[in-house]
Ligand binder design. Sequence first.
Ligand code: NAD
Length: 358
Amino acid sequence: MNKNILVLPGDGIGQEVTASATKVLEFLIEKYSLDFSVTSMDVGGTAYDQYGSPLPEEVLSSAKEADAILFGAVGGPKWDNLDWDVRPENALLTLRKELNLFANLRPAFLFNELSEASPLKKEIIENLDILIVRELTGGIYFGEPRGIVEDKEPNYAFNTMIYNEEEIRRIAKVAFESAQKRNGKLCSVEKANVLEVSKFWRSIVTEMSSDYPDVELSHQLADNTAMQLVLNPKQFDVIVASNLFGDILSDIAATLTGSIGMLPSASLDSSFKGMFEPCHGSAPDIAGKNLANPLAMISSLSMALRYSLNQEKISDKIDEAIKKFIQVGHRTIDISTDDNYLMTSDVAEKIIKIINND
Ligand code: NAD
């Protein structure tokens, strides 16, 4: 069955890392005779410069048609002073909202060969492999009413943290099912000791757990989870959290593994169509220098094949190739301990060679 893949490179190193992932994708299409069509379009600052919008209408409608979107990164100092509605980052938030990508999956795993890059001790971090499932389109980031009131004494500002039952059920379902495919443990994170919305969240997740007898469910308060991620991260398998708590916890988890250039993410809708992107930004400091590590993007391609394109075996092949790439000692600048490192454009070829020799 033909599948549409839309590539949105975006800005800065987004261009370079998506070029690498596209090279791997084209190789896979050829090798495994995949019935995929691949289209590339401008988004972010690059689109703003050309069309006056970071997300032209045509791009949004192509995104709605796509089975999977490979998104590089957007933003950069050149566009920092634009109004919010034309800022590159707005394209990303609009895509998430318009495509109803409510489930953000952020794996945080360590390649043991890179344990030196982690700020934590080797014995705490070795073999780390956790998945954070963050709710992405609700909660306090989108809750109404919200605002800043500047004509009162004293002035004030406010936001609304709100979740309805359906929103909690659909993200919890993704989390329970992810735990079933992994090590069968799910930790639901909230602040049920102080927030009504968290109490409600906890009661629904608890009620749902009877449908997943093979998953061991626990609950943790978000402040404790932040601490536990640093003290004993290996206690976790899958963590599920609201938009706000998931945002903070997934950044902590990403930091544990040492390099942001290694970590992929998936944002899915209820039919598992989705957008796949590295956790890093457009890295203006190294953009255009062929220095970026494209593995997070290549790993995001692997997630696209697994979750949206029904190609689990090929996804496994990419994951194994990345592991081997690291094991044999290949390094990019961000994970190298000396001056011996590969350029961005060399990485895809090495990955392709490893897959071909398997
Ligand atoms: P960043 O992730 O772009 O960079 C942080 C640091 O990590 C930099 O030193 C960078 O060189 C390094 N780095 C990041 N990715 C790397 C890679 N693949 N290989 C090697 N080194 C890498 O974060 P930032 O500097 O805070 O943001 C830069 C721009 O990116 C801003 O405009 C920001 O708004 C945007 N941003 C976009 C996204 C996104 O598109 N999803 C996410 C975060 C930031």
